[in-house]
Design a protein around this ligand. Structure first.
Ligand code: NDP
Ligand code: 8X3
Length: 252
């Protein structure tokens, strides 16, 4: 029997990369995507030996590039069983009145429109086959709004709404739609949010044990591998030290 195929956006680091490893361990063939080609090429070495890997290098903001990359998949890679819409980041953590237009555009264009562009190319096949699973990576920021989170929170609230819309509209076609909403996960997320400021990024996680990318990937793999009649529709996963977006048990 053929292996199942998972398509993962943002597989060059953090949750996306850990999900590629977790799904490969379940026997999936992996389509790994992102902008950093060197990292996509190196991923092969971190997957279980024998894993079939196809890489696609594109920016999710570029609708033409998304369409052309997905359209270029060889025939044996076109029947995508699982889509993990993971690519995304926060850009900046500023009060709304001093936020940067560039950061706002990045978050709405990547986290919201990019997710839509990729989904559009992949949903048609799922609808035609009347099968498929879509996992959208939201956030605690899609469930709550916290100080200075403004536009990032808006982008993740949009992901939450889009996920619910997908579940409704794709219901006639037997497509499972899963949302995974993590709290604090130590990845490159804060480094990107703080524009490469490693010292500031480290302080976010000081004094508590955050989730790891692997913790989230385990949850994604569990949800994806439930029997076809079961959908874990809306999963919020937090570190034990986190009670909400802003309530944290820190030791210092
Ligand atoms: P990372 O910064 O480690 O990973 C982000 C991934 O997204 C990278 O692979 C990056 O690839 C990709 N990406 C970013 N921008 C683009 C783009 N324009 N086009 C294509 N790919 C892009 O962060 P995480 O793993 O933490 O983040 C993954 C998801 O999880 C995001 O949606 C984030 O919002 C969400 N999340 C993260 C939390 C956390 O605390 N870390 C908590 C809740 C949700 P490349 O740069 O190579 O293109
Ligand atoms: C990432 C988690 O709390 O920084 O989505 O928004 S948070």
């Amino acid at each position: 029997m053929e292996n199942k195929i998972v398509f993962i956006t943002g597989a060059t680091s953090g949750i996306g990369k850990a999900s590629a490893i977790a799904l490969a361990n379940l026997g999936y063939d992996i389509i790994a995507t992102g902008r950093r080609k060197d990292r996509l090429e190196n991923l092969k070495d971190e997957l279980p030996s024998g894993t079939k890997l196809q890489i696609l290098c594109f920016d999710v903001r570029d609708q033409k590039a998304v369409k052309s990359a997905i359209g270029s998949l060889p025939e044996q890679w076109q029947k995508i069983d699982v889509l993990i819409n993971n690519a995304g980041n926060a850009h900046g953590l500023d009060p709304i009145q001093s936020g940067s237009l560039e950061d706002w555009d990045a978050m709405m264009d990547i986290n919201v429109k990019g997710l839509l562009y990729v989904s559009k190319e992949i949903m048609t096949g799922m609808v035609n086959r009347q099968a498929g699973t879509i996992v959208n990576i939201g956030s605690i920021a899609g469930k709550e709004v916290y100080p200075n989170g403004n536009v990032y929170c808006a982008s993740k609230h949009a992901v939450d709404a889009i996920t619910k819309g997908m579940r409704i509209d794709l219901n006639p076609y037997g497509i499972r739609v899963i949302a995974v909403h993590p709290g604090m996960v130590e990845t490159e997320f804060s480094l990107v949010r703080f524009k490469g400021d490693a010292a500031r990024s480290k302080t976010v996680y000081q004094g508590l044990q955050p989730l790891t990318a692997e913790d989230v990937a385990d949850t994604i793999a569990f949800a994806v591998s439930r029997p076809p009649h079961v959908v874990l529709a809306d999963i919020v996963i937090l570190p034990t030290a986190q009670a909400s977006a802003t309530i944290l048990k820190k030791t210092n």
